[in-house]
Ligand binder design. Structure first.
Ligand SMILES: [Zn+2]
Length: 333
């Protein structure tokens, strides 16, 4: 049993928790060696900025974002790992919750953001942010990817995915439905922040866009690109080509498809903004832009998964997932 001195600061409590888990070689945590001491970095360092930003969000959670649910105090940290592991976790211990993202994952986001902006100067300069410098646009794409990943982890907590002890219905993959549910809830959270919250101001400053319509178009473009970057990065990291029904996460193309539906729903129901981008070719163009950043070997294996998902063979799987996600979102059987 791990116990914390109640007076410990959360970062010290996390450091101790990780140490104990590391020493006992427990599950996924055996790869985590400790937190990144961002307080020792320069105030404008990107790691430090992201960690501070996230902890500020978490200390300022209103009823709106928890759906009225009582949450333990949540602390965020960037963690170091023994190998090049790129992922994020939520840990709960003794009345505290921790969201952690590994340093290689943030480094990958950084790399992808810069590659995307550098290799698509025309798109950036003509459509997204004519007056901004490349590094400012890349900074926003990094920030949006980070927001996607952390909002997803946060959503697992808010949606109580781990206290649902009900056995899943026969053949149902509860964990896969929960992953899609966390994607959806996280996307709603992000879009409200970027369109209606402080994220709108940050975006306007970094992209140097003040016109209302242009700003909203740019927020949407950058968010869609960031979303595809993250899913394609996870997808490219997988060597598995054949579909695995026992996997914890749904296949990445499925997550992309659902995520785009969640973005569309938000635009229609909350943002009251146009959803013509769903059908006017924007999505294909953005996907090609993002996919071109990945190795062609990875892209070849994507085609296989996509044709499996589009084929008759996946029909049963798709309808099952649809039922499970509906059940989670509405609370009804
Ligand atoms: Zn998850």
């Amino acid at each position: 049993m791990i116990s914390f001195d109640f007076m410990d600061a959360p970062d010290i409590a996390l450091e101790r928790l990780l140490h104990e888990k590391y020493n006992r070689k427990e599950g996924v945590y055996k790869f985590i060696t400790g937190r990144v001491a961002v307080e020792n970095l320069a105030p404008n360092d990107v790691y430090r900025w992201l960690v501070d930003w996230m902890n500020q969000q978490l200390s300022d959670i209103g009823v709106n974002s928890t759906g009225g649910r009582r949450l333990p105090p949540i602390h965020f940290d960037l963690v170091q790992v023994v190998t090049d592991i790129k992922n994020a976790h939520v840990l709960e211990a003794d009345g505290l919750a921790f969201i952690v993202v590994t340093q290689p994952m943030v480094d990958e986001m950084l790399r992808l953001s810069h590659a995307l902006v550098e290799r698509n100067r025309a798109l950036m300069g003509l459509q997204i942010a004519p007056a901004a410098k490349s590094h400012e646009i890349a900074q926003l794409i990094l920030f949006m990817q980070f927001s996607l990943v952390t909002a997803h982890e946060y959503s697992h907590l808010v949606r109580g995915h781990w206290d649902d002890k009900q056995p899943p219905e026969a053949g149902e993959s509860l964990s896969q439905a929960q992953e899609l549910d966390a994607d959806g809830y996280g996307i709603y959270h992000d879009l409200s922040y970027f369109f209606h919250g402080r994220g709108r101001l940050i975006t306007a400053q970094w992209l140097r866009v003040s016109n209302v319509k242009a700003l909203e178009n740019s927020i949407l473009d950058c968010y869609l690109l960031s979303l595809m970057l993250q899913f394609c990065a996870r997808w490219a990291g997988k060597t598995q080509v054949v579909w695995d029904a026992d996997a914890e996460h749904p296949p990445q193309p499925m997550r992309i498809e659902y995520s785009l539906l969640f973005v569309e729903m938000w635009c229609r129901e909350v943002g009251k903004i146009s959803t013509s981008w769903m059908t006017d070719g924007t999505l294909n163009r953005h996907f090609d832009t993002v996919a071109s950043l990945f190795r062609s070997a990875a892209r070849e294996s994507w085609k296989l998964q996509m044709s499996w998902l589009r084929g008759a063979e996946s029909e049963q799987y798709r309808s099952q997932i649809r039922r499970s996600v509906d059940r989670l979102r509405t609370g009804k059987a």
